[in-house]
Design a protein around this ligand. Structure first.
Ligand SMILES: Nc1ncnc2c1ncn2[C@@H]1O[C@H](COP(=O)(O)OP(=O)(O)OP(=O)(O)O)[C@@H](O)[C@H]1O
Ligand SMILES: [Mg+2]
Length: 220
């Protein structure tokens, strides 16, 4: 699902990624752990098409997501590729405050332009995530755990092949965190979706299929 070779990233003189290779199979749940500043979020942003590696020609960088290279895609093509293949969950839910939970979840479907059929999918996600009675609440009327589950529903609405999560439960109590982790595994079992999860949660990291440890810009 992901084949990446020789990812480098510089911020000015600071080399944040020093030639990272990553191979992740379809249906794997992989965790990425490591000290603050190791480069985990930077790597996730690049694998998730939200950022580009530095000097890919020079370093002969390759990144394939489901066999496709996105590094040379133009903006429009890249947005479409991301929208169809990739879901994101961040530490802070990043829901839009002026929209209801349901509207937030349906936002990514506007690009695909097939709103009707997505309504059923949205309802079933709200059921699965146990937030069906919060459909019309706005983010500030939701608890942290509920808002985070809405963000997960938004990440899943387009049935992405791969979900990138950056400390998705960093902000939740341990019960909510455990529930959300379990959900990731359930989704993998049900839909064979692939999960790459940056986490400081050891309990989660230990139960994933594979734990990648990052240190100083490299995977150990
Ligand atoms: N836009 C940026 N400009 C300059 N330096 C940056 C930028 N983004 C990240 N960095 C630096 O790159 C390094 C890696 O950052 P990154 O966010 O990937 O770390 P991380 O492993 O996710 O850490 P954490 O666990 O604290 O989230 C850090 O030293 C950070 O200060
Ligand atoms: Mg980070």
């Amino acid at each position: 699902m992901i084949q990446a070779k020789n990812i480098h990233k510089f911020y000015g003189d600071l080399e944040v990624l020093k030639g990272v290779d990553v191979h992740i199979k379809k249906g794997e749940v992989v965790s990425i752990v490591g000290e603050s500043g190791a480069g985990k979020s930077t790597l996730l942003q690049i694998l998730g098409t939200l950022d580009l590696p530095s000097q890919p020609q020079q370093f002969q960088t390759e990144i394939l997501i489901d066999g496709q290279s996105f590094m040379n895609m133009k903006d429009k093509e890249l947005s479409k590729f991301r929208n169809q293949n990739i879901g994101f969950v961040f530490q802070f839910h990043q829901l839009l405050p002026e929209f209801t939970a349901l509207e937030n979840v349906l936002l990514p479907t506007r690009i695909s332009g097939k709103n009707e059929e997505f309504l059923d999918k949205a309802y079933s996600l709200f059921e699965d995530l146990k937030i069906i009675d919060r459909l019309h609440h706005k983010p500030n009327e939701l608890s942290g755990g509920e808002a985070q589950r809405v963000a997960v529903a938004r990440a899943l609405i387009n049935s992405p092949k791969i979900i990138f999560a950056d400390e998705p439960t960093g902000n939740l109590d341990s019960k909510n965190a455990d529930d959300l982790h379990q959900l990731f595994f359930d989704l993998r079992d049900k839909y064979n979706q692939t999960f790459v999860i940056v986490t400081h949660n050891n309990k989660l990291a230990e139960v994933t299929d594979r734990k990648l440890v990052m240190k100083d810009g490299l995977i150990l």
